[in-house]
Design a protein around this ligand. Structure first.
Ligand code: MG
Length: 297
């Protein structure tokens, strides 16, 4: 017979072997865990530099927590703004460039695309798009930036698809983050509210009802071009719609123009700074609380 019954002595030996193997495995596991959590060697000392006490600290010989203000200046202290709601406008952080705060004075920060006074209207603390007035643009020019814009589509719903509450926020006057009444209004996904027009659909549809105020927070890094005009760094967008992430460091492959043909156009080289534009698409879309913080490239 192939299998035979173990004798009592053999059975005992097998059991002992099993126990020994278990002990060895446990020893190695404990060793590896204690290796990970061993105490790091922390060393702290103080040096007087330029009549100031500067604290130094190393962990396992590596310098951490640089506290010398000459080498590691403190971040600038700013006062944050407040968030807007569906009814109440937010406010800008103290280090932002305020492009529109609802006042007639800030409305002067904007012109038509020829640099003349825009035909857009100032209504109830908002800039309202006027049919055939064309785009409105900031006098000041920007490249990479953080841009905050609040917008509302008309409360009286008219039209459908791309014809309902259409406008747009154009970074560098060129790259459109679509504004559209996408509340119960279906269109092609890369053209709905929050889309990088014709290129990137938003991760979710976070639209509020028409007439309610909504917000875009856009972190935009401009494209750069080599000396031959070829793009050598593509533009990127991170966008929050009503506080919800809809583009997560999205890389734009080219133009967003409708006639490009239709958003398949290559990058066309342009200046490092250009105005921010808001679109007149024939619908009375409103904008308020617009501010921008310039970013390093
Ligand atoms: Mg549009």
């Amino acid at each position: 017979m192939f299998f035979r019954r173990l004798t009592g002595e053999e059975d005992m030996k097998t059991k002992l072997k099993s126990v020994l193997v278990c002990i060895i495995i446990a020893f190695f596991i404990q060793g590896s865990i204690s290796g990970e959590s061993r105490e790091a060697k922390v060393k702290k000392w103080t040096v007087i530099e330029n009549d100031k006490k500067v604290l130094y600290m190393t962990v396992d010989g590596i310098l951490v927590h640089e506290s010398d203000p000459a080498k590691q200046p403190q971040p600038q202290v700013i006062t944050p703004g407040t968030s807007g709601t569906a009814r109440k406008a937010g406010t800008a952080p103290s280090d932002a460039i305020v492009l529109f705060d609802g006042t007639a004075e800030s409305f002067k920060n904007w012109t038509d695309t020829k640099g003349n006074r825009s035909k857009w209207k100032l209504v109830d603390g908002a800039m309202e798009s006027v049919k055939k007035a064309g785009m409105i643009q900031s006098k000041q020019k920007f490249g990479s930036c953080q841009l905050h814009v609040e917008w509302a589509c008309p409360v009286n719903v008219k039209g459908k698809d791309q014809g309902r509450g259409n406008s747009g926020v154009f970074l560098m006057g060129t790259y459109e983050v679509q504004v559209l009444d996408s509340y119960n209004n279906t269109t092609y996904p890369d053209g709905q509210a929050g889309a990088i027009y014709g290129r990137g659909k938003p991760l979710v549809n976070a639209c509020r009802k028409p007439g309610q105020w909504q917000s875009y927070d856009i972190i935009f890094h401009r494209p750069t071009f080599d000396k031959n005009g070829k793009v050598d760094r593509r533009a990127t967008f991170t966008v929050l719609h009503n506080g919800v992430l809809i583009h997560d460091h999205y890389t734009l492959d080219g133009g967003t123009g409708w006639r490009g043909p239709h958003a398949i156009s290559e990058y066309v080289p342009h200046a490092d700074r250009l105005p921010i534009k808001l679109q007149d698409h024939g619908n009375p879309v409103r904008f308020r609380n617009i501010w921008v913080r310039e970013l390093n490239d």
